[in-house]
Ligand binder design. Structure first.
Ligand code: DLZ
Length: 164
């Protein structure tokens, strides 16, 4: 779990499957947009490097991280025929229990939507104690969790295709 021991962007992209033809929705929370925008850039960059086509990536802004599971459900209920959804958000702990409740709801919700639709829903959400920890993980000294989310999506789609 300790990101400090790992750079989130430390992948050999030659070992990742091609993303050509994969259709991916990305829901991006509009809280802490200086962080979520950078996470989105990382995810888009990695998907395109791996061959995903612009027209196969559908990005939608979402009010806040709490809405990410519902947004993922909307994506799968749409006519977009997506292979996966990446949820991008950033929760920074404040002084109340709000952080704990939202983190719990999002992680459970993302898992529930993934199992309900039998499709990968990727947890690209930073849950951090300070803004600096978030900055370190959206293109800073620990890399970019958006890259990691994109790689997870590609690998899970490839796994599902290989088994079906
Ligand atoms: C309300 C709230 C707070 C306090 N903090 C964050 C945050 O750090 N990151 C985030 O993505 N969203 C936050 N929100 C908004 C909630 O996720 C949600 O959008 C609102 O509670 C409305 O349901």
């Amino acid at each position: 779990m300790a990101t400090a021991l790992k750079n989130l962007s430390d992948y050999n992209l030659n070992e990742i499957p091609s993303a050509k033809g994969m259709r991916i929705g990305i829901a991006v929370a509009q809280w802490n947009t200086h962080i979520t925008g950078a996470l989105l850039d990382g995810a888009l960059n990695t998907l395109k490097k791996q061959g995903a086509h612009d027209s196969d990536i559908i990005v939608k802004p979402i009010p806040g991280s709490y809405e990410l599971p519902t947004a993922a459900q909307f994506f799968f209920e749409s006519a977009l025929e997506l292979d996966a959804v990446i949820c991008i958000g950033c929760l920074i702990k404040g002084e109340t229990l709000h952080f704990e409740y939202i983190c719990e709801a999002i992680s459970q919700g993302i898992k529930d939507v993934s199992l309900k639709y039998n499709k990968p829903v990727i947890f690209g959400v930073l849950t951090v104690l300070t803004e600096q920890q978030a900055l370190d993980r959206c293109g800073g000294k620990h890399g970019n969790k958006g890259d990691e989310a994109a790689v997870s999506a590609i690998k899970m789609i490839a796994l599902q295709k290989s088994l079906s």
